[in-house]
Design a protein around this ligand. Structure first.
Ligand SMILES: [Fe+2]
Length: 519
């Protein structure tokens, strides 16, 4: 017998002994032998363990990692149910705790699942009611033409889900993981350096995602500032920011005069960063003020605007809040109670557009006619998907938006920091630059942290190429692992089948011996 199990060496004698001590317990198979130690457990289940490990390795090597998470969760629940089965819970009428009936297992499973769901509901309710990160409750804005029936609305009715992709298709896309959704190595970045500017010059620095520093000799602006290397709020399992070669802190930047927020999503409005900026002046879309007030920002430092409201901030800076096509919300029940927007800056007679988050909309033509031409347009380009193309633009639409806005140059933002969609992390940059070339629109691609002067040389180096390859991962890429994992998986299956067969014949022998002894 090539796959001899432990029970074979004296197994019958052991079983007989066990049967004598506990004659009322029927012996159905070898699993009735009490496991005395973890070692015994490993030996007894070695076939199953080898099968689980090799199968998970195969899944991992085939980019189906989320399936492994699912397997781990199932095993976790299975272990909990097994543990509970050893107690007296629901044991009334059961002869053996080691062989719980299907009815008892179902009861225990229902109990565990109900406890789990209760935990999720209670913890989310506690979070939504007590965590300051959710922000404040905004008041109804009946005066705004964009506010109806308790919420804000896009210019044209917009569903977040496009309906183009079924739930099942999307689920499969999520399950089929992909190594290139995040870079495998720290992204090449530049250390922030403050440029020496001529009188009216404007320096621009992209700090990843939608955070842009716009700086002149007299004015410093920041958009949607997110600093820190923690997981993105609201909870600890929010996406981690990509690792950069350089870290950026507010203390390293010029003092920020004005902060402009596009909307209240967590990747644009960060409580910790806002608190650090408490001495700056804030300009936010309607409703977002409630969040800032809850975080301790002085009301006199916050200005709220509706779409197409304009403010003359200083002799050098005029701004307007303009529409975007998106949505808002930080909790389960405050969706669309604050407004989302784009911004127009007129700074030192240069026109600048900042898109915030938006799907492609015809309104870009109107904004272009009203406030264009733009010297530069920072346009969201990343986190798109066919399933939600109404609220995030595809790269080709980004170029169309730049043309509609009458922008001289566009700079793609909302990429290279978080994995919030299913595309490769560098795909937005690849596609936007290719489409820009095709349609003859200048695309600025500064490195993260790199400052440049608006109207002078536009940085356009493809800094992201060859970054995503990263180092080889031993378990994933090694050929020897690939060659041995399949035979090992097959061996484990044979092992399991042979042990099951062996246990069956062993039980038959025991029954025969027991019967003959009783006779
Ligand atoms: Fe958003």
């Amino acid at each position: 017998m090539p796959f001899e199990t432990d029970e074979e060496s004296g197994g019958i004698a052991e079983l007989k002994q066990a049967n004598k001590i506990q004659p009322h317990i029927a012996i159905n198979d070898s699993s009735d032998i009490q496991l005395n130690s973890f070692r015994d457990f490993l030996i007894k289940n070695r076939g199953y363990i080898l099968f689980a490990l090799t199968s998970m390795l195969l899944i991992y090597r085939n980019n189906l990692q989320p399936l492994n998470f699912l397997i781990v969760i199932i095993l976790f629940f299975w272990a909990i149910i097994r543990l509970i089965a050893r107690t007296t819970i629901f044991s009334k009428g059961e002869l053996s705790r080691d062989k719980p009936s299907l009815k008892r297992k179902t009861k225990i499973f229902s109990l565990v699942i109900s406890m789990f769901i209760t935990f999720i509901i209670v913890s989310s309710t506690l979070f939504l009611n007590f965590s300051p990160q959710v922000g404040g409750d905004s008041l109804p804005y009946e005066v705004s033409p964009n506010f109806r029936d308790g919420t804000f609305h896009n210019l044209n009715p917009t569903d977040i889900s496009s309906g183009n992709v079924s739930f099942l298709e999307l689920l499969v896309q999520y399950i089929v993981s992909d190594d290139h959704r995040s870079p495998n190595i720290p992204l090449p970045t530049k250390e922030f350096e403050k440029l020496n500017l001529e009188a009216d010059e404007i320096s621009i620095t992209w700090l990843g995602h939608s955070t842009l520093l716009i700086h002149t000799n007299n004015v410093t602006i920041i958009t949607d500032p997110i600093f820190g290397e923690d997981n993105m709020d609201p909870l600890f399992f929010g996406p981690m920011p990509f690792i950069y070669q350089h870290t950026y802190e507010l203390e390293d930047l010029p003092e920020i005069d004005y902060v402009f927020i596009s909307h209240d999503h967590y990747d644009h409005l960060d409580m910790g960063t806002i608190k650090q900026l408490e001495d700056s002046e804030f300009f936010v879309p309607l409703g977002v003020k409630a969040h800032l007030l809850r975080w301790g920002i002085d009301e006199k430092n916050i200005e709220e605007l509706d779409w197409y409201d304009e403010i003359n901030i200083s002799s050098e800076l005029n701004v307007a809040l303009t529409p975007s096509q998106h949505f808002s919300g930080r909790g389960l029940f405050n969706g669309d109670t604050t407004l989302w927007a784009s911004w127009v800056f007129n700074l030192n007679d240069k026109s600048i557009f900042f898109s915030g988050d938006s799907g492609y909309m015809e309104e870009y033509v109107t904004i272009g006619e009203k406030y264009g031409p733009f010297d530069i347009a920072f346009l969201e380009s990343g986190q798109y998907n066919e399933a939600w193309n109404n609220i995030h633009m595809f790269p080709e639409e980004v170029i169309q938006a730049g043309i509609d806005l009458n922008a001289t140059t566009i700079l793609p933002i909302h990429n290279s920091k978080y994995e919030l969609s299913l595309h490769h992390w560098d795909e937005p940059l690849e596609r936007v630059t290719a489409e820009g070339e095709r349609r003859n629109l200048s695309v600025a691609t500064p490195m993260i942290g790199e400052s440049f002067v608006l109207g002078k040389t536009i940085p356009n180096r493809a800094w992201w190429t060859n970054v995503s390859d990263g180092p080889d991962l031993f378990l994933k890429d090694n050929i020897i692992v690939g060659v041995i994992v399949v035979p090992l998986n097959i061996v484990s299956i044979v092992w399991i089948v042979l042990s099951l067969k062996h246990n069956k014949s062993l039980n038959r022998s025991i029954e025969k011996v027991t019967n003959s002894e009783e006779e």
